[in-house]
Design a protein around this ligand. Sequence first.
Ligand code: ADE
Length: 264
Amino acid sequence: MSTAQTGAAGGGRPLGVMAALPQELGDLVEAMRAESGVRTVTHGRRDYHLGTVHGAPCVVTLARIGKVAAAATVSALIHAFDVEAVVFTGVAGGVGREVRIGDVVVADSLTQHDLDASPLFPRFEVPLLGVARFAADQGLADQLAAATGKFVAEEGPALAARFGTQLPQVHRGLIISGDQFVASAAAVEALREALPDALAVEMEGAAIAQVCHEYGVPCAIVRTISDTADAHAPTSFASFLTEIAGTYSNGILKRFLQARAVAG
Ligand code: ADE
């Protein structure tokens, strides 16, 4: 499949927009359909939706869950769709003690909390790459944080009232990823001990950041906190995912993409 065959409508290299699950993407594909129409290409068992949304040419897709799924999907975005940058949106478990359900975390850096090839290599370091923490693109993360700040300022009080959460706060810092859904007080405490500056835990971000690092593609990750990775996590995650996740993604991505379209 050549890039010429798959390039997004509207000219210029598109932005790759990913989530793990459909609920985490909100109405983005419907908004694209209404704005420019959508061309869907199936590749490696995933659907890639090409078009323009909120003024920005994009390729939108779902990774499904876990680091391998995320790495495979972002690799296709880079090689088959020639995206100029990648943005990932979704939910995460809160790890930092100040991070509450309904808050939003924008990653400055990401690490794989379950990667351990010690004693051959330091814990968390990707063997033969020599990196334990992958930096998000700071410009892209700033734009994502600005869009999130605007969303929270404009809609935070209504969100808190509607969903029964606290007024949302926006955090910047370390997001950790692994192939486990973290759902016990002991497990989340072990993560805090091993990585004291971790703000949130999820299952894809650091894999995306590693692939983007290796190919020199800018990436940024935004996560809304659906649970606190303790024994309540499965029920909290499930209800947040169905009722709230899409509202946050819609509000954040709309502002982010509109600002990107204006900047050209
Ligand atoms: N995504 C949302 N909540 C999570 C948790 N508790 N563990 C891993 N990934 C998550």
